[in-house]
Design a protein around this ligand. Structure first.
Ligand SMILES: Nc1ncnc2c1ncn2[C@@H]1O[C@H](COP(=O)(O)OP(=O)(O)OP(=O)(O)O)[C@@H](O)[C@H]1O
Length: 234
């Protein structure tokens, strides 16, 4: 089996169009690999480029140069150069992403938001809803909230809906952008267990975690993003 994700020589800079097109280099020659069954954590201080790397891997930010090689159904595909159609196929089947904030959809219940990724893959509705209930219950979301749209939920409640939605599928690679930022200790422990189960199932995970306790509990590898800091201009 191929390594699920290999990043090499990845570079990113931002062009500030409102400031005379000034170029702000952020990531220089990032290189790392994720193994199946392992959780790697992006480390480094605020502003080091952790989120930018995650967004490049998911195809939300264009890259300046470098490669993001993903094992997509046994074919090695460069996410950095993939067509929009390939990006969507990779996201559907291979590369999952749990963002920090839930994108709420008006009038859609928490239960349906969590079940939706399974329904989009053609799974049976009853089975998808059953999986959704299991996850929401495990994440201690009060049952009275399940049939309500999450727009009015607290930050931690919305984050738990988002985690359930991100974990319901069986993507071989899962990106996690501070999934525990708004959670209390009890629910952080649940997410730590859920990450351990993904690892046991052979998923390759890459995350940003600001909580030291979560990082220590889940990390098999720390990728220090300061190693990819662009050289400062003289
Ligand atoms: N869309 C953007 N346009 C311009 N600059 C950006 C953009 N996104 C990020 N940056 C800049 O890139 C640098 C890295 O930001 P990034 O969010 O990747 O860091 P981070 O390590 O994730 O930080 P934090 O831990 O605070 O979330 C910062 O200096 C930031 O201002």
């Amino acid at each position: 089996m191929a390594t699920p994700l290999v990043v090499s020589e990845l570079c990113k800079s931002f062009t500030m169009h409102l400031r005379d097109g000034i170029r702000l280099p952020v990531v220089d020659k990032a290189r790392f690999a994720l193994q199946a069954g392992e959780c790697a954590v992006l480390g480094g201080p605020s502003g080091a480029g952790k989120s930018s790397i995650l967004k490049m891997l998911y195809g939300n930010y264009a890259v300046d140069s470098g490669q993001i090689i993903i094992d997509h159904h046994g074919t090695l595909t460069d996410m950095a150069a993939a067509s929009p159609r390939d990006v969507l196929a990779i996201r559907r089947d291979t590369l999952g992403y749990v963002s920090q904030f839930l994108r709420v959809v008006p009038r859609v219940s928490a239960l349906d938001i969590v079940a939706e990724p399974l329904l989009a893959r053609g799974r049976d509705r009853a089975e998808a809803l059953a999986r959704s209930r299991d996850l929401l219950s495990r994440l201690n979301l009060p049952e009275r909230l399940w049939d309500l749209p999450p727009a009015t939920f607290s930050g931690g409640e919305q984050q738990r809906v988002n985690i359930a939605r991100g974990f319901i599928t069986r993507h071989p690679i899962l990106l996690l952008d501070e999934p525990t930022a708004s959670l209390d200790a009890t629910n952080r422990a649940v997410v730590i267990d859920m990450i351990a189960e993904k690892k046991a199932a052979g998923v390759a995970l890459l995350g940003i975690f600001h909580d030291q306790d979560v990082r220590e509990a889940v990390a098999d590898q720390i990728i220090d993003v300061t190693d990819f800091a662009p050289a400062k201009a003289a």
